[in-house]
Ligand binder design. Structure first.
Ligand code: FES
Length: 152
């Protein structure tokens, strides 16, 4: 049985009807067609599904939509200001912070949180904070460089 949930997603308040077992990740991708947020593992191991909920980064595969009633969710689709990319998106392009791109939305959402939460003071600190975001192409050095550029 579906239950009512109100969420503000990328600045737009939405009244939704969701089954209690639906994760935020599946709600975004399947019900709202916001497919920028990726499903890698679906059990909290890869970071591809990272979004911000009330400004904090969250693995969206690990939380049920009904638990987030009333919260603000930002996905990769909500990061740019209109046609203008977010500085972190620009930096990922400039530094080649990706190859296949599958992990990139999650990497960028974590990277933005990394700076906002004050964990981008050194390469080691960045690598520690970003360690939950797996990149099978191994773009890690470039991702760190992108974060350092936005930080500085
Ligand atoms: Fe959520 Fe991998 S899909 S951590």
């Amino acid at each position: 049985e579906k239950v009512p949930v109100t969420l503000e997603i990328n600045g737009v308040k939405q009244k939704l009807s969701v089954e209690p077992r639906v994760t935020v990740l599946d709600l975004l991708r399947e019900q709202l067609n916001l497919t920028g947020t990726k499903k890698g593992c679906d059990y909290g191991q890869c970071g591809a599904c990272t979004v911000h909920i009330d400004g904090t980064r969250v693995n969206s595969c690990l939380t049920f939509a009904v638990m987030q009633d009333g919260k603000k969710i930002t996905t990769i689709e909500g990061l740019a200001a209109g046609e203008e990319l977010h500085p972190m998106q620009e930096a990922f392009i400039k530094h080649d912070g990706f190859q296949c791109g599958y992990c990139t939305p999650g990497q960028i959402m974590s990277a933005v949180a990394c700076i906002r939460e004050g964990h981008a003071n050194s390469e080691a600190e960045i690598r520690e904070y970003m360690s939950g975001n797996i990149c099978r192409c191994g773009a890690y050095p470039n991702i760190v460089n992108a974060i350092l550029e936005v930080k500085n």
